[in-house]
Design a protein around this ligand. Sequence first.
Ligand SMILES: *Cc1c(COP(=O)(O)O)cnc(C)c1O
Length: 403
Amino acid sequence: MNLGDEAMSDEWMEREERYTCGVYRKQPAVIVRGEGARVWDAEGREYVDCATGHGVALLGHAHPRVVAAIREQAGRLITCSEALYNDRRAELEAELVALAPWAERVFLCNSGTEAVEAALKFARLVTRRPGVIAARNGFHGRTMGALSATWRPEYRRPFEPLVPGFIHVPYNRPDALEEAVGPDTAAVILEVVQGEGGVYPGDGAYLRRAQELCRERGALFIVDEIQTGLGRTGRMLACEHYGLEPDMVCLAKGLAGGVPMGAVLLGPRVGRLPPAVHGSTFGGNPLACAAALATLHAIREEGLPERAAEGGPFFLSRLRAIPSPLIREVRGLGLMVGVELRRKARPYLRALLRRGVLALTAGPIVLRFLPPLVISREDLEFVACQLEEALAETSVSEDEDDG
Ligand SMILES: *Cc1c(COP(=O)(O)O)cnc(C)c1O
């Protein structure tokens, strides 16, 4: 290792620490470059990336098609608000609606929380009802509306009072929904696999019952596929696993290959919305649209949902074969994988970093792996081996939990 580079690396970290607002818990590595499933830090160390910017890099890093599309569009037209029409946006809207047979229209925005925010507003607008039912352990974002649907008390409490009308019911419990959905319910919002909340896969019968209850009782069914969407779970939309036809699906994260973008697919019960009820300056900007088109084409042409459908079970069974007493459960769907430990997860995140693997947590005791869908078997095997060794390390202690 080059000492000069190490000094440089420390300096970048110190500078961020000095000036960043502080709301992020960071891992001690300065990532400067990526290609495919690998990233490199400022000291030249290589990592297999199972963090992917929280599941953003579905295609891995520096995918040539996305890079070319961004370069080309940046030289042509970066901004054009929805007060006018645009060629790239027209193409993208058609392709997004074609993702689901039930989808008719789409709203474009710039992040996950904005997609959720829009879906919640549309639900209230269309039903003229105030209530929203979300699930315990659900995560939907951090703006005031989306945060009201998010479960974790640490995220919510400092910002109360939140938006009125939101309640949380236990996930995967149809009886709880049965009781909760009423004449004031505008929407039920659920993830197909709860991501941030701990990687809990939803039960098909439960999700179908949620949809049915919404139909019967005049509420809208919103599925948050911000993390599960676009091939991650082995299908283009995770809804396809269970034949769901929600009224709205929220997308973001990997949608534009790393360029910020969110979208809400809208079904017939939402319909065409009246002008001026919602909007976004950057929503549907040509740069993000061009990047999203390239991303969707690559996902389809490279068969990435199929790759996740094959790689996922391999990775799950490899992880389940780890004989560590520290593992309580391994669960997931496709390449969305959680390893629940009998201890705090963050020290193992550090141990993995030292061993050349970037991963995430999902709550205090779950390690989460969101590799690019292009990841090779060899890299998945490498990740599993490193986890096995990290769990066997006696030097990893709870003291190393950096908060
Ligand atoms: C990441 C995420 C969000 C929030 O997306 P942001 O782009 O961070 O606002 C919402 N819902 C789910 C399921 C997510 O995984």
